[in-house]
Design a protein around this ligand. Structure first.
Ligand code: NAD
Length: 443
């Protein structure tokens, strides 16, 4: 099928590439000319495991093209996806300016019947706005072109996006028009062979499903962080508690890790946007607000442990930081807990020597040039001259350090483990003071 995707970010690029990989004829369009030129050269602007070779092979096979020319792109697609950003507006609601700009562009150029699919995460009711924007442009130029609208929220995870897209748990299609549903069933058929993963529902339910999924996941994280903070105060170890509750199948093992708070481009903005949607319809979403405020506090919990360890005397100290991305296997630093922590350390007068396997360039971009930040080339380089080590992103390569060597490298021999990836006994046996999240024994 001929497919057009607006937006070549994490979602648009993965969607376009994976659909090309299963044989569709895909054109990706973006307003960022630099990004499009790089993609045409086979260079991808993000770190996403497995994506670059797929972009190259499908581009070489002629099934995947990149352009800034919206008119030809709209002309190409029998199915047109909107996969542009929906960042938070000032009041926390989703900013729809990019989505609606694309809708107007589609309306300006649509010449034959098509299906418009919204893949961006958008508040309930956005499909109606997209429909109105397209219809308005068609009417303005006196064109009479039939088009259908669907909501098809995306559930991929950065860091494992290709796998998630190719082997989805479910494919949600929000549409009432049988023809639209049929088109999307055909499009996704190559990913839907093993058993039927397609869940068809009305558009509003599909729009809400995406927010409900992210809000539930964020709730699990904030819940565990809340229990961790209690554990710390009552002398219990959250890792024992985690094992104790995860074995209950009603609770399960997934997503119950305590840590330094959730970040990324989705959970923080989606929890806020859902709370905002609720407020707009007169409902006070207390649980969602608590999820958000627990997370905001959790992002600074490591700073509390550090301040406590040093009795508030942090100015002039140097901290090695391992991990800057909001989670492993991505270079994405949007809303990353590392950002809140580093700013808190700098505000307290500390210096930072940081290493991240993939987010170095992004960190440079986010933090700019600063005298109190060294972005290092390796985990060991970050330790040079450091008083203490803080681990904030659980990249695999950080999991088994040589603790004896670490003991020798750190002036104060203290480790703050923001993801509980180490066993306190092992660290302490090497003569290093250990602080984790919710590990009551450490206070
Ligand atoms: P992103 O910021 O990485 O990419 C958005 C892209 O859209 C950019 O390349 C931008 O230049 C382009 N763009 C903006 N206006 C445009 C226009 N008028 N025409 C063409 N291109 C335009 O965003 P993302 O992370 O891919 O997220 C996209 C949407 O998908 C958001 O609503 C997000 O909430 C949702 N989502 C994201 C993820 C994720 O893990 N990143 C997962 C599921 C859903």
């Amino acid at each position: 099928m001929r497919v057009t995707i607006f937006g070549t970010g994490y979602v648009g690029l993965v969607t376009g590439t994976c659909l090309a990989d299963v044989g569709h004829d895909v054109v990706c369009v973006d307003i960022d000319a630099g990004k499009v030129a790089a993609l045409e050269r086979g260079e991808i602007p993000i770190f996403e495991p497995g994506l670059e070779p797929m972009v190259r092979s499908n581009h070489a096979a002629g099934r995947l093209r990149f352009t800034t020319d919206a008119e030809s792109a709209v002309g190409h697609g029998e199915i047109v996806f909107i996969a542009v950003g929906t960042p938070p507006g000032e009041d926390g609601s989703a900013d729809l300016q990019y989505v609606l700009a694309v809708a107007r562009t589609i309306g300006r150029h649509l010449e034959r019947p098509g299906v418009i699919v919204n893949k961006s995460t958008v508040p309930v009711g956005t499909a109606d706005k997209v429909h109105a924007a397209i219809a308005g442009e068609l009417a303005a130029r006196g064109a009479d072109v039939a088009f259908g609208i669907a909501s098809n929220p995306e559930f991929l995870k950065e860091g494992d996006a290709v796998n998630d897209f190719m082997r989805p748990d479910r494919i949600v299609i929000g549409a009432t028009d049988a023809h639209v549903v049929d088109r999307l069933r055909r499009l996704y058929a190559p990913l839907n062979r093993n058993h039927d993963r397609i869940v068809v529902m009305d558009v509003r339910s599909a729009e809400l499903t995406k927010y409900a999924a992210n809000a539930m996941l964020a709730t699990k994280i904030s819940f565990m962080n809340e229990i961790a903070n209690i554990a710390e105060r009552v002398g219990a170890d959250i890792e024992n508690v985690r094992h104790g509750i995860g074995s209950d199948p009603r609770i399960g093992w997934h997503f119950i890790y305590p840590g330094a708070g959730y970040g990324g481009s989705c959970f923080p903005k989606d929890v806020q946007a859902l709370a905002r949607t609720a407020a707009q319809v007169g409902y006070n979403a207390e649980l969602l607000q608590a999820v958000e405020s627990v997370n905001r506090r959790q992002k600074l919990h490591l700073m509390e442990l550090i301040t406590r360890h040093y009795g508030g005397d942090i100015a002039g100290r140097t901290f090695a930081v391992w991990g800057l991305a909001f989670k492993p296997n991505t270079d994405d630093m949007r809303e990353a807990p590392s950002r809140a922590l580093l700013h808190a350390l700098w505000d307290a007068g500390a210096r930072v020597r940081a290493y991240d396997p993939e987010a170095r360039d992004e960190a440079q971009h986010v933090f700019g040039e600063r005298d109190d930040l060294d972005l290092c080339e390796s985990a060991n380089a970050a330790l040079a001259g450091a008083d203490a080590l803080i681990v904030i992103t659980e990249w695999k390569q950080f999991r088994s350090p040589d603790f004896t060597r670490l003991r020798g490298a750190l002036r104060d021999a203290v480790l703050f483990d923001g993801r509980n990836i180490y066993h306190p006994d092992e660290v302490e046996a090497a003569g290093i003071a250990y602080y984790g999240i919710g590990r009551g024994r450490s206070v």
